[in-house]
Design a protein around this ligand. Structure first.
Ligand SMILES: *Cc1c(COP(=O)(O)O)cnc(C)c1O
Length: 395
């Protein structure tokens, strides 16, 4: 099962790309888009391009293209900055809404940067805030009436385990806490219904399943009914109601633009705009069915062919996002050997080999071929080669 979108991506010959969960591949029109913006807009129009090429509205226009992918209405998603910054922004704004409580609840499976941002914010506030990180399976129980904000990444970056957004949001709101979802591994991977789940905030990134390119800007969602009273902790001039009034006092925009901060990265946004065209006409339900089919095939084949690998993701597909992880003691060199043989996944310490399934540009034949190559690497223990033992900076 493939969605007829593979032709939209420029994948190198001989590579099976199972890492689109970490950095999406190059969309075919991206090079042209970027060169057009550089040569025709920046080069020719110079500063006039902020108006003539509509640069200033690009972040909001792209927010409106991301919105349907996460079940959000137009005007509820802003783009810009990096995900870490958006986590900080959402968390600081959420804490303001519950001034009498001091507990931030996340989970031990959350991505380190999300936890670090919370720790940094707590140190800045210096008001006895506390970050609690129970095991992912204990989150529901840990949501008590001491909790101010529940901040959870829906799909665990290591195991691929997926939280139930509706159940956790309901529990959080039933005790009076504010809910923030990190959709880093959800947007473009699984169906998300922000309005339906009713959470106040969501954040996510665009260089993973949305294929916006390395360093592509992040996004932040605020539920439409609260936008006008969200307090932006990062009060930049482009979140001001009238940036060019050059008012010395900050007064936030009445729209989602209040969650913008500074000058948008136009080149990167131009690439993202091109990448988002691949989603036209894609049904997230169909994409999810295709992703489950590919990942079930992969698990079945890997377990049959590579008995040394132990499934580290939930076995039931409904409990997984769009990635599959296997634990293996020598996972790092094994992944280097795989990459050397054209199957690109990645490694997460201490022993996780991670594979992403992205039906926009992956099909059955790719997955079966990847499994044959894996079988060969493990049967011949090719990963023992000393050249695969040397750790690079990025794993
Ligand atoms: C990928 C990822 C990040 C990365 O944040 P950046 O600021 O874009 O580097 C943060 N949080 C989660 C949950 C992620 O998956």
């Amino acid at each position: 099962m493939t969605l007829p979108k593979k032709h939209l991506f420029d994948l190198p010959e001989g590579v099976i790309y199972l890492d689109g969960n970490s950095l999406g591949p190059l969309p075919k029109g991206a090079v042209d888009s970027a060169s057009r913006v550089i040569a025709d807009e920046w080069g020719t129009e110079l500063i006039r391009a902020w108006n003539t090429a509509d640069w200033m509205t690009l972040p909001s226009r792209l927010g409106d293209l991301i919105a349907p992918l996460i079940g959000a209405p137009k005007g509820s998603v802003a783009t810009g900055d990096t995900l870490s910054i958006k986590v900080y922004q959402a968390l600081a704004s959420a804490l303001k809404r519950v001034p009498d409580r001091r507990v931030i609840l996340s989970d031990s499976g959350n991505f380190p940067s999300d936890l670090y941002m919370a720790q940094g914010l707590i140190r800045t506030l210096d008001q006895a805030y506390e970050l609690r990180t129970p095991a992912p399976e204990d989150v529901l129980e840990a949501i008590t009436d001491e909790v101010a904000v529940v901040m959870i990444t829906q799909v665990d970056y290591r195991s691929g385990g997926m939280h139930d957004m509706t159940a956790i949001t309901e529990k959080a709101q039933s005790v009076g806490a504010v809910m923030i979802w990190d959709l880093a591994h959800s947007a473009g991977a699984v169906p998300v219904d922000m309005l339906g789940c009713n959470a106040e905030f969501a954040v996510g990134c665009t260089y993973k399943y949305l294929n916006g390119g390395p360093g592509a800007p992040a996004f932040i969602y605020a539920r439409p009914d609260i936008i006008a009273d969200v307090e932006p902790a990062l009060a930049g001039w482009l979140g001001h109601d009238a940036p060019f009034a050059m008012d010395p006092e900050y007064r936030p925009a009445m729209s989602i633009e209040r969650l913008r901060v500074g000058t948008p990265p136009i080149l990167q946004l131009a690439v993202l705009e091109q990448a988002l065209t691949a989603w036209e006409g894609v049904s997230m339900a169909e994409l999810r069915a295709a992703s489950i089919h590919l990942s079930e095939t992969f698990i079945r084949e890997v377990e049959a062919r590579c008995p040394d690998l132990v499934l580290a993701s939930p076995r039931h597909p409904a409990q997984r996002g769009s990635q599959v992880s296997f634990a293996f003691e020598h996972g790092y060199p094994a992944m280097q050997a795989l990459i050397d043989h054209g199957v690109i996944g990645d490694f997460r310490a201490p022993d996780i080999m991670r594979f992403g399934f992205t039906p926009l540009y992956l099909d059955d034949a790719d997955v079966l071929r990847a499994c044959e190559i894996m079988e060969m690497i493990f049967q011949e223990a090719l990963w023992r080669d000393p050249k695969y033992q040397v750790r690079s900076r990025v794993t």
